[in-house]
Design a protein around this ligand. Structure first.
Ligand SMILES: [Zn+2]
Length: 279
């Protein structure tokens, strides 16, 4: 599933490729997504110019010059392809094709948990998809004090609290494990037990891990490809995610005795940690 760094990477790639472009023609081959594509979408956006691409959590917001914005989510398996011109034969699962004067954008989504809809730009903040989201993980106001307040009466495991999109949005399953490793905090600990200092470290670690991933161009898992079609390359740089039994970076433990990186399940999600370094 694309996580925040991947979505940020895709947003940046789109900005670079078709920022300022005029949408000439929108072709919609399938409307059945998590939220159905509005019937009149093409009519409302064809001819409009793209003003900007922004990211809110894992949503890409495409602001147009006709006071409408597109709200776009890639779901579990969504991919964005950027091509110079519209391919003669679309590939399987190419559900929406935008032709612009700067190139062609294709939304491909095998499992259709993604969505593409539009709303007046001035009503974005009240849109039901966006209004309940917590602070973005890369926001400057997301810091130790914020986490400490939010964790104050949370008895759930800190890993699960990090995945709670009403507390902070944009941290997915991979980066929750990675951030807790970076902060040297055990994922099972009740969120409420974290000290102010640990919350400050954790907020720092979340940002550091996400920043690193954005820089690396987004990580890759089996159903994610970078928009230009190439595979990402951050996967091997994960410290603990999917590294069961391996030694984590900087670890001092004897993995024959400790078993190396541990895997557990919290709230139904795989969680990885080092029992030696994380407290
Ligand atoms: Zn270790």
């Amino acid at each position: 599933m694309p996580e925040l760094p991947e979505v940020e990477t895709i947003k940046n790639a789109l900005e670079k490729a078709v920022g300022g472009a005029c949408i000439q023609k929108t072709e919609i081959f399938c409307r059945r997504f998590r939220v159905p594509v509005p019937n009149d979408l093409a009519k409302r956006i064809d001819g409009a110019r793209i003003v900007s691409f922004n990211r809110i959590a894992k949503y890409i917001i495409v602001r147009l010059d006709n006071s409408l914005s597109l709200i776009w989510h890639l779901g579990m398996s969504g991919r964005v392809k950027i091509c110079d011109r519209r391919p003669n034969t679309p590939e399987k699962h190419d559900h929406i094709i935008f032709s612009t004067d700067k190139g062609c954008i294709i939304f491909n989504d095998a499992r259709r948990f993604g969505l593409l809809t539009c709303c007046p730009t001035e009503e974005l903040a009240q849109n039901p998809l966006l209004q309940k989201l917590g602070i973005d993980a890369m926001d400057k106001d997301f810091d130790g004090n914020y986490l400490y307040q939010k964790f104050h009466n949370k008895s759930t495991a800190v890993k699960m609290a990090l995945l709670d999109q009403q507390i902070v949005c944009g941290i997915g399953n991979i980066y929750a494990s990675e951030a807790l490793f970076d902060a040297r905090i055990l994922p099972q600990r009740p969120a409420t037990n974290l000290s102010k200092k640990e919350c400050a470290q954790l907020a720092e670690s979340v940002k550091a891990v996400l920043r690193k991933a954005i820089k690396a161009g987004g990580s890759t898992l089996k159903d994610y490809r970078r928009p230009d079609g190439s595979m990402g390359y951050f996967q091997n740089e994960h410290c603990v995610y999917n590294k069961t039994g391996q030694r984590c970076p900087n670890c001092v433990c004897d993995i024959k005795k400790t078993g190396g990186v541990q895997k557990t399940v919290l709230g139904g999600r795989s969680t990885f940690y080092c029992a030696t370094l994380q407290k």
